[in-house]
Structure formats: structure tokens, C-alpha cells
Design a protein around this ligand. Structure first.
Ligand SMILES: Cc1cc2nc3c(=O)[nH]c(=O)nc-3n(C[C@H](O)[C@H](O)[C@H](O)COP(=O)(O)OP(=O)(O)OC[C@H]3O[C@@H](n4cnc5c(N)ncnc54)[C@H](O)[C@@H]3O)c2cc1C
Length: 233
């Protein structure tokens, strides 16, 4: 199963909520007056200004909750390094993982001989895990045998500011392939809900020169071709 991310819920009317917060910062009017008079066109203008100015704290008023599946523990370990988010992850203490459910990296899957060897190794590890559990070892201890490839699932909540930051780091071609796939799935999920909040989201090169210096992938045009249509660049 490939990395899958679907939106489970989000702040109601996320773009309008952020725009209202922005409007409040620069107006003497009451909240009710600001809310009543906030029309669609002005939402677009206000969100554009926030992004241009880098007044990104207003984006924290819009939160998005994702159901994430089909990723490896190697990937989830990278995901949870993003601290400005909330996570609930399937427990390897309480859930016995009897069947081989693992992510096979494309570099392995591309070679039939390596793929067969990889699968054999996974099955050997899972058999040893099941054997320990059958002999009364708690799942929380038997899991020490499970590999980084082991599939996991999470519920993740991030606000729009953190999501933009996450997309900046993890949609760069320097990011590891699996978390990049996940970031792309998350971007594809949020754009239809809040296209203006995620306008121009992505790595540094999406809106200008690559900031990675000596580590640049050298294909900023390719990145723009891949992501630009999605984020309106
Ligand atoms: C290409 C790549 C390679 C990587 N390689 C490694 C590696 O080899 N080893 C490794 O350990 N990690 C590695 N990482 C992970 C990286 O170091 C970060 O832990 C991860 O990307 C989370 O990003 P963040 O720190 O910006 O955090 P987030 O938690 O997403 O925080 C967002 C922002 O909030 C602010 N912030 C959050 N917490 C604090 C705080 N305590 N103090 C001050 N400001 C804060 C910072 O401005 C931060 O950028 C790599 C990441 C990438 C993208």
C-alpha cells in the first residue's frame, strides 16, 4: 500500500477564519462587524497579503486532521520530528502484528532478486515475532524484532502554518522518498479544501531560486512542473 493521507476534518471555513484573523489585526471594527462584511474577494486579498508579508501566525487558526496509512515506521519517525503537530499512532504495544505488512522501497522493488530476498527476510522476522508472542512474550517486547519497513497508521493534526513549513522541507527533492510521497499526498488532500491557504506551498524553489546551495538537486524546473499546477504557481 502506498502512502495515503485523507482529511478527516478541519477548521470550519478555514480560509475565511484566517482572513478574519488578519482583518482584525488591521482594523478598529468589532469582530461581528469584521465577520459580517467579509466577502469572498476580500478573503483572497487578505490571504495573499499574509503570505506575501510572511505574517504567518494568522494561518495557525486553521487546522487540518489527516488519516495517514501505508507508511513505514522509517517514515513515521521522520514525520513525528515535526513538533508543532498532534499525533496518534497505532500502538505496537497493544496491537499484535501477525501478518507481514511492510513498505518495500522502490530501489528494492525494482530488482526482482532483491525484492524476493527482502520479502524472505521480512517473513523470517515476522515468524520470529509471532513465535515470541506465541511463547508468551508481550507484543511490546516482541516488537523489537520488527523492521523499520513495518507499516503503521496515524491520525495527524497540523495547522496551516506548520503544514506549509512541512511542505517546504518535505517536498524538496532532498527529502527522503517516502516522506516526500506522504507530503505530496497531504498537499493533494488540503489544496481542494483551501487552495488559497496553500497557494505557492512547497520547497523554496517553487517560487524562486533554490535555497539549497551546494545540495541543490539541479532540477528546480522539474519541481515547478510537478508541483506548480497544484499550488497555482
Ligand atoms: C532533508 C532532511 C534531512 C534531515 N536529516 C536529519 C538527520 O540526519 N538527523 C536528524 O536528527 N534529523 C534530520 N532531519 C530532521 C530535521 O532536523 C528536523 O527535525 C525536522 O525536519 C523537523 O523540522 P523542524 O525542526 O523545522 O520542526 P518543526 O517541529 O516542524 O517546527 C517548526 C518550526 O518551529 C520552530 N521550532 C519548533 N520547535 C522549536 C524549539 N524547540 N526551539 C526553537 N524553535 C522551534 C522552528 O522554527 C521550526 O522550524 C532532516 C530533515 C530533512 C528535511
Amino acid at each position: 500500500m502506498a502512502a495515503a493521507a485523507r482529511i478527516l476534518g478541519h477548521t470550519p471555513d478555514p480560509e475565511r477564519t484566517v482572513a478574519l484573523a488578519a482583518r482584525l489585526c488591521y482594523s478598529a471594527r468589532t469582530v461581528a462587524e469584521l465577520s459580517d462584511g467579509l466577502a469572498g474577494g476580500e478573503v483572497t486579498t487578505l490571504l495573499g497579503k499574509l503570505l506575501d508579508m510572511g505574517h504567518l501566525s494568522a494561518l495557525e487558526h486553521a487546522a487540518f486532521t489527516f488519516g495517514v496509512e501505508g507508511i513505514s515506521r522509517a517514515c513515521s519517525h521522520q514525520l513525528v520530528r515535526h513538533r508543532l503537530a498532534s499525533y496518534s499512532q497505532q500502538s505496537q504495544r497493544y496491537v499484535e502484528l501477525r501478518d507481514v505488512q511492510a513498505v518495500v522501497p522502490p530501489s528494492v522493488a525494482a530488482d526482482p532478486e532483491l525484492a524476493a530476498r527482502f520479502q524472505e527476510e521480512l517473513e523470517r522476522q515476522w515468524r520470529a515475532y509471532a513465535d515470541l508472542v506465541d511463547r508468551g512474550v508481550p507484543a511490546e517486547d516482541a516488537r523489537y524484532l520488527l523492521p523499520n519497513a513495518c507499516e503503521t497508521k496515524l491520525v495527524v493534526t497540523m495547522n496551516a502554518r506548520e503544514l506549509r513549513h512541512f511542505f517546504r522541507l518535505r517536498l524538496c527533492r532532498r527529502a527522503q522518498w517516502e516522506i516526500r510521497d506522504l507530503a505530496l499526498a497531504m498537499l493533494r488532500a488540503v489544496v481542494p479544501v483551501a487552495p488559497r491557504l496553500f497557494a505557492g506551498a512547497g520547497p523554496g524553489c517553487i517560487g524562486g531560486a533554490c535555497p539549497e546551495g551546494a545540495y541543490a538537486c539541479g532540477d528546480a524546473d522539474g519541481v515547478r512542473a510537478e508541483l506548480g499546477p497544484l499550488v497555482g504557481v
